[in-house]
Structures are given as C-alpha cells and as structure tokens.
Design a binder for this molecule. Structure first.
Ligand code: 0X9
Ligand code: ZN
Length: 423
C-alpha cells in the first residue's frame, strides 16, 4: 500500500547502516501533505448565521464545538476571511505542521500493540491472528464488501453462545479517517472481551447472552490515506471534481441532505450524490440490515468526549428519548468512574445539526426493517480528548481510553438486554 520514494529508500539505506529501529518507522510513514500555512483558531460567540457560513465554506475544517465557541483548522488566508465576517477568533495552535510533527515523533518508537497506532494491513493481520487464536468465540468475516478503492471491510463477531437467535450489539469504527483512536479503542475492546471470556464472570456471562459485531474499518481507504498522504483527511477517497471524498457520516439513508451537510464536494461534510451513494455506506447498511436482532449500535468517533443520541436532524425528541438518555447518562457515569474523564451525554442536535448520520440511521425504520419487534438504540461516541491534541491523540492514551470504555460497553449491552427498545 505504501509507495517508497527515492528519499525514503535513501533513509532506509542509512538506517540499515545505523541499525536504528526508529529510522525504520520514520521511513515507512510517508506523509505528503504539508500543513505549513495552517493554524487552529478558537472563535467565540459564534452566531447561528456565522456558524452556517463557516460550516459550508470550503477550507474550513471544524474540529470542536462547545456552546458558542468553535475550533477551526484554517489557512492564514481564511483567518482573514473569518475576521471580515466579524467573527472573533484567537489562535489556539499557531502551527498545525508542528502539531502533526510532534504526533509523528511518538509514532517512531516501537512499542507494544496498544501503545502505538497501526496501518490498515497490520491491523487486518492482527484481527486474523486473534480470530485464529480464539476460534471458539470469534467468527471472522474477511470482507462484508469492498471500499471505493477495493480494500476489504472485515467483520468480527464475538459470542460464547451457539443459540441461533441471539441478540446482537453492533459497533462500527474508523468511519472518519483521521480519528485513529476510534479504530484503536475498538481493537482494545475486542481484545478485552476475548482475553476475559472464561476468566472474568461479567464478561463470560455477557458473551453467553449476546453477540458483538465489530466493523473495524468503515473507511479503510481514508485511513490508508491518512498514513500515506494527509494525516488530517476525514472523508472516503471517492475521486471527484473539483475535490475528492464523501463524508460517510452524512451519507446514510436517514433524512439525507436535510441540514448540517453540504452539496459542495470540497466541503468536509459533503454528503455525496445521494443516500448510500458510497460503497462503504452501502456495505455497512446492508450488513446491519442482514443481522437481526440488533439491540444497540455505536458509531465510534473522536474527539470531544461525547455520548450522542438521536436525533441530529431535528430537535424533536425521539420516541424513546427517556430510555436513550438514561443509557447515555449511565455510560457517562461508568466512564467517569475509571479515570475521571467527563463525557457529555446529549442529543446529537445539541452539538450541531447533522443529517444522514450513521447514528440516526441505526435507530431508523429503514435500518430496523428486519429487526423484528425491536429498534436498535443508536449512538455516536466521541472519544478523547477535548482539544489539547484533538485528532492527534498521542498513542500513550490508547490504553486509558480503552480502559474507560470497557465498563460503558458492558453497561450498554447489559442494559439493552434487560430492557430492549421495542418498536
Ligand atoms: O460531525 C460528525 O460526523 C461527528 N463529529 S466528528 O468530529 N467525529 O466528525 C458528530 C456527529 C454527531 N451528530 C450530531 N452532531 N448531530
Ligand atoms: Zn468523526
């Protein structure tokens, strides 16, 4: 997957003579994008109209929203544009290039599996090895379909039960390419469940009554691209004009294109040419629909430390609002108890409007068409942090972030098994 340039070949030669391991990593990480002209600004007291202008303007990459403040990655040129709009912004990171370079330094040191991030091919091998080691409780499907560029999208099913109609919990990861912690934490949870089945009573009891489905890569092409070219790429890799990529989390068939997404291919929230226009959306949606009965589903993201429930496209309450809120709040409490990190539990629209998201689709009539009498509880989970590192979360936070998710995931599954959402 990774193309080796002349410079990288020279580096490899040098490393061969030096015998230094750090060099090997630096030679294979091949970022092409330079962020030299970019900064992250924090804008305060942003009005609804101003937010609308920012979110639809190409070149504006919104990283974080809290109350009326937003953090945006922009070029210096666009800092002027913000100023002209009358928006008050201060510089949060004066060099995105330095931020990425600092992150890359951490990547160069070889560590244990969960102490570093890994490339697509290595993660696939890791899942295959796990599946071969835990044959009793894992069923590994190498591909639920191909991505736009032809990469496989595997599925991992984990259960201790052999009953035919066991309830399921569905997790999908790495829908946004640059949110590396989402894939890493999904891997952490998979590994935790496998290592603890038969050793930990709570895990054993749970896996004997439920089946977990993990889709480790919703956006494998985008993820590969963040390693090879642009660490901050978000969308899939559909080639387009004048810009590439569709935001897969605006492409699901639930109130598609009804606000909080863009018809401009250059926007970070470009929703594509129609609902489920993208192979990655189709593959995950078809797989979800073919697996019944799914009681709950989480679409894993970063960053902001949030537990978001339906809806994103309307401020109306979902019919099961009380139950959805209780589950979100309960997860937040359990996360907090591990390392004291606070995750806000709220409705998606409380953050900002979105449509065509995976979370709202999981809870929709379309997704639950084969789900018997039940409706899947859909959530977006935004992992660490709240902006210090953002998408460039250092690898030494993978384990603590994974640790704080485990009790939340156990609670999520147990609560839905006890009291599933009925249609
Ligand atoms: O915008 C998104 O797709 C998600 N945030 S991210 O920074 N990971 O890209 C959040 C979607 C949550 N839904 C709503 N805000 N309604
Ligand atoms: Zn995301």
């Amino acid at each position: 997957m990774m193309r080796t340039t002349l410079v990288e070949t020279l580096v490899l030669f040098l490393c061969f003579f030096l015998g230094a391991l750090v060099c090997i990593t630096s030679a294979t990480y091949g970022r092409k994008q330079n962020y030299g002209d970019q900064v992250v600004v924090r804008c305060s007291n942003v009005s609804r109209v101003q937010y609308q202008a920012i979110s639809t303007q190409p070149g504006m990459d919104i990283w974080y929203i809290s109350n009326n403040n937003i953090d945006v990655r922009v070029s210096w040129e666009n800092v002027m544009w913000l100023r002209q709009l009358g928006i008050h912004c201060t510089i949060l990171h004066d060099s995105v290039e330095q931020l990425v370079k600092q992150f890359e330094k951490d990547l160069m040191v070889k560590q244990e599996w969960f102490e570093e991030y890994h490339e697509y091919d290595d993660i696939i091998k890791w899942y295959e090895e796990l599946a071969n080691r835990y044959t009793d409780i894992v069923t590994y499907y190498p591909s639920i379909g191909k991505s736009y560029e032809g990469r496989d999208m595997p599925a991992v099913h984990i259960t201790g039960s052999t009953a035919p109609n066991i309830f399921k919990i569905y997790f999908q990861c790495q829908i946004h390419a640059r949110e590396w912690i989402s894939g890493a934490v999904c891997g952490y949870i998979v590994n935790y469940l496998l290592e603890n089945y038969g050793n930990n009573d709570d895990v054993t009891k749970l896996l004997d009554s439920v089946e977990f489905i993990f889709i480790p890569f919703v956006n494998p092409d985008g993820y590969a691209y963040t390693w090879s070219n642009d660490r901050l790429w978000r969308k899939n890799r559909r080639s387009g004009s004048p810009c590439d990529g569709v935001d897969l989390n605006r492409n699901y068939d639930e109130h598609w294109s009804e606000g909080g997404s863009s018809s401009n291919p250059c926007s970070e929230t470009y929703h594509g040419t129609g609902p489920e226009s993208e192979p990655e959306t189709q593959n995950t949606a078809n797989y979800f629909r073919s697996n019944d009965v799914i009681l709950g589903a989480i679409d894993w993201h970063s960053y902001s430390q949030l537990i978001l429930r339906p809806y994103g496209w309307t401020s109306e309450d979902a019919p099961d609002e009380a139950q959805l809120k209780a589950i979100g709040d309960g997860m937040s409490d359990r996360i907090f108890a591990v390392h004291g990190k606070y995750y806000t539990s709220q409705k998606g629209i409380g953050l900002y409007p979105t449509s065509g998201t995976a979370r709202d689709w999981f809870y929709s009539d379309n997704a639950n068409v084969n789900n018997g009498d039940y409706r899947s509880a859909g959530y977006t989970l935004e992992l660490r942090d709240t902006g210090q590192y953002g998408f460039l979360l250092p690898p030494d936070q993978i384990i603590p972030n994974g640790e704080e998710m485990v009790p939340a995931v156990m609670y999520f599954a147990n609560t839905l098994l006890e009291d599933p959402i009925k249609k």
